[in-house]
Each structure stands twice: as C-alpha cells, then as structure tokens.
Design a protein around this ligand. Structure first.
Ligand SMILES: Cc1cc2nc3c(=O)[nH]c(=O)nc-3n(C[C@H](O)[C@H](O)[C@H](O)COP(=O)(O)OP(=O)(O)OC[C@H]3O[C@@H](n4cnc5c(N)ncnc54)[C@H](O)[C@@H]3O)c2cc1C
Length: 387
C-alpha cells in the first residue's frame, strides 16, 4: 500500500474494449463486493458508475467496441444529460454511463486484508531485495533496518510495481514493461463547483486548451511549452472525494506518454510538471465549465502528486509464471491495479497452488506473447482502455 498504490485514484470499472479485461475486472469487482459485504463495507465501496462524456454525435464505433453484456445507460438528448449530470458543459452531446463502476478506499481495503493475513499466520519482513541467487532454493538478499539478511524461499512472487523488471532481471528474465509517470491533483472545492453526487466523469474527446490570445502567443514562442497550444489527448477526469459531506475533488489526466526510468524517490522524477495543476484544471473546465472559476482563482489548498503506470504495450497486466522454477509475477497493472488487485492476487494464488484457472489466465500471463494472432490484434487496437 505504499509507492504506486498510495497514489491511486481508487476508481473501478468493468468498461474495457476487450472481453478479457472485462472478465478480469468483473471478477475483481465480484471479490470487492464480497469483501464489502463481509466487512460491513469498511473500505467505503461506492457504485456511482463512470460517466463518459463526448461531443461526438455518433457513438456507434464506441458502443460497438464495448463487450455486449456491460451494463450501460446511453443518454443522447441534451435534456436528459442536463437532468442527470448537471455539471457537464452544454456542448456534450452524448453520455455513456457505465453502471458497474465507482470507487473504494484502497488503503482501508489493504488494512482489512492485512488483518486477515496476520490472523492467518502471515509474517512480513520489511526490506529491500538486492539480489536473488538460485540454489536448490531461492536465496534472497534483503537489506533490512537491522542489516542484510538472507531469506530462503521455494517460491517467489515478484510484485515489485515499477521495479518489477529490475527484480525479474535478478532472475535472468526480461519483462516487456515500461514506466510512464502520471499525475493528479486533489483540492478543496471551496467554491462548491462540483456536485457531491457527480460520478467519476471523463471527457472522451481530445481538446485544445482555452488560452487568451496573449497567453497563446507567449506559449507558442516557448519551445518547451508550445505543445500546450496543440491538441491534447482525451481522458481528463474528475470526481468528488470524501462523500456527500466532503469538500475535496480529484482531477487527473494521463496525457504523458514519455517513458521514465523509475525513481525510488518520486521527488526526483523528471516528468513531474509544475504546470500540471493549471493544465488539468483548464482541461477539466472544458467539460465541467464551473471549473473555470479555478483557472482565474487557483485553489488555495491543493495537493499535486503522481506515480508510475507500469505497463505493457497492450496495457494488459502480466500475472502468472515467470520462466523460472517456482517464480511468479504480478505486475504491469498500469492505471487499473487497485480495481484489479483482488482478481490479480487470486489468479496468482491459484496459479501457485495449481488450482483451476479462469479462461483469461493464459492471456494475462507471459504466455500471450507467443500468441501471435492475439498480439497482432492487440497491437492494431487503438483504444487500450487507458485512463
Ligand atoms: C496517479 C495514478 C492514479 C491511479 N488511479 C487508479 C485508479 O483510479 N484505479 C485503479 O484501479 N488503479 C489506479 N492506478 C493504478 C494503481 O495505483 C497501480 O496499478 C497499483 O497501485 C500497482 O500496484 P503494485 O502493487 O503493482 O505496485 P506498488 O504499489 O508500487 O507496489 C510495489 C511494491 O514493491 C516494493 N518494491 C519494489 N522493489 C522492491 C525491492 N527490490 N525490494 C522490496 N520491495 C520492493 C515497493 O516498495 C512497493 O511497496 C493509478 C496509478 C497512478 C500512478
């Protein structure tokens, strides 16, 4: 629950452009539902859905790409959109509302699972794995607060987040993953511009930011900033944080596409952009117009943070055996690791224990790289479900 997981927006959805990811996240949401019932919802699971907003008139391509059994509402008249989602700008012509989506508190969920783990006799050793030797058993060198220790293990699961490739290399395995830094802001909506019952809302359209002529001229002249006057990718998103009585909102926009070498201290990450808060507020204002109030008057209290999307080119995770006896991987969880965590953990546990596996198991493991037909289909698909 540290590092990337501590930066998560904690949103979940079963909306994906491919059956495999839909089935996988549906299984994870089933498990979240079960845990919520069992724990009296100690991790505040909510199901407000996802509101996907677009100015496009024709939704056929988009709807055709969604597996048929995903439960969605499609709102196509201005009046219906305004009644149900009053914060959206008047040029939004269509809204797809994904019903099986919402948010959780990932930290509370992890706390609950940790209690179960402790009650089941699990033990934790805090430290950094610095080397792995493959003798009869694996011997892991672990730097702990009290010095270097050697831990012997018959089996190991590499779930090192942005460092998953580094750990795999200790075993002599290369993983096809990259790290891309993505940012968010959270701020106190002291002007009350976002309705507290607004679902997680996403602008599906690419856009140009709304600069004054003077601002635009200045930006164009600066080679480092000129890109801000060009068309930026889709996916600006916003949701209220902290429930009906809260005051905070979270905004994000995964527009960065540059690969980073993962830093342990995120303060050293070169992709942190001090202008991100302004950019994302301007981006949000283009589909949630009341946000424009914060363009002229930036929020006095906000936090700007980020983390790595550790991802494969096709934006599917890697879960299953590594090509070494007794070694497994749970990685490349990109921007969906919170929502997928329960199914990812179960899939890995079932693989380790030799239990029956779901139909998608092979496609989410390294075995898919040998499936030429699947890999070329995925390479040809533009929509990777990236938010
Ligand atoms: C800005 C942002 C927003 C996001 N929003 C969402 C969202 O709304 N919904 C969603 O589902 N997902 C979201 N995600 C994605 C999600 O947060 C990640 O997919 C998930 O947290 C990855 O979990 P992980 O356990 O693989 O990695 P991490 O949480 O990074 O955990 C890896 C762990 O391995 C440890 N480790 C690494 N190397 C070593 C070593 N050598 N020795 C010992 N330990 C080591 C690290 O210290 C860390 O504790 C978001 C991600 C970001 C960056």
């Amino acid at each position: 629950m540290s590092f990337t997981s501590a930066q998560s927006g904690d949103n979940y959805r079963n909306w994906w452009p491919h059956r495999t990811m839909t089935d996988f996240t549906n299984d994870s949401i089933d498990e979240l539902d079960r845990l919520a019932r069992e724990s009296e919802n100690v991790f505040h699971m909510r199901r407000g859905g996802y509101c996907l907003a677009t100015r496009k008139k024709d939704l056929d391509d988009m709807l055709a790409a969604i597996p048929g059994d995903i439960d969605v509402d499609v709102l196509t008249t201005g009046q219906k959109i305004r009644e149900r989602f009053p914060a959206l700008s008047s040029d939004i012509r269509n809204v797809v509302h994904i019903r099986r989506g919402g948010d959780i508190s990932g930290q509370q969920l992890a706390q609950y699972l940790l209690q179960e783990f402790n009650a089941g006799g699990g033990r934790r050793l805090r430290g950094e794995v610095t080397a792995i030797a493959d003798k009869n058993q694996y011997q892991l060198s672990v730097m702990t607060e009290s010095g270097l220790r050697t831990v012997e293990a018959e089996m190991i699961v590499n779930a090192a987040g942005p460092f998953v490739a580094r750990i795999a290399r200790m075993l002599g395995v290369d993983l096809p993953v990259k790290n891309v830094f993505q940012q968010k802001i959270a701020f106190q909506d002291h002007l009350g511009v976002i309705p507290r019952d607004m679902p997680f809302s996403i602008d599906l359209d690419a856009k140009r930011l709304n600069w004054t002529d003077e601002e635009r001229e200045m930006l164009v002249e600066d080679p480092a900033l000129a890109w801000l006057t060009e068309t930026l990718p889709s996916g600006t998103h916003c949701r209220p944080e902290g429930g009906a009585n809260g005051e905070w909102v979270k905004l994000g926009w995964a527009y960065n596409q540059q690969t980073s070498a993962a830093q342990e201290d995120l303060a050293n990450e070169p992709a942190i952009d001090p202008s991100f808060p302004e950019i994302v507020i301007r981006g949000a204002a283009s589909f949630l117009p009341a946000m424009a109030a914060y363009v002229s008057q930036p929020p006095p209290r906000f936090s700007h943070y980020g983390g790595y999307y550790t991802m494969t080119a096709e934006n599917w995770p890697l879960i299953g055996p590594l090509d070494r006896r007794g070694a497994f991987v749970v990685g490349a969880l990109s921007g969906f690791g919170t929502m997928a965590a329960c199914a990812a953990g179960k899939l890995c546990a079932d693989t380790v224990c030799g239990d029956r596996l779901p139909a998608y198991a092979a496609d989410l493991s390294l075995a898919r790289l040998d499936n030429e037909e699947l890999m070329s289909d995925l390479a040809a698909t533009q929509n990777k479900g990236l938010l």
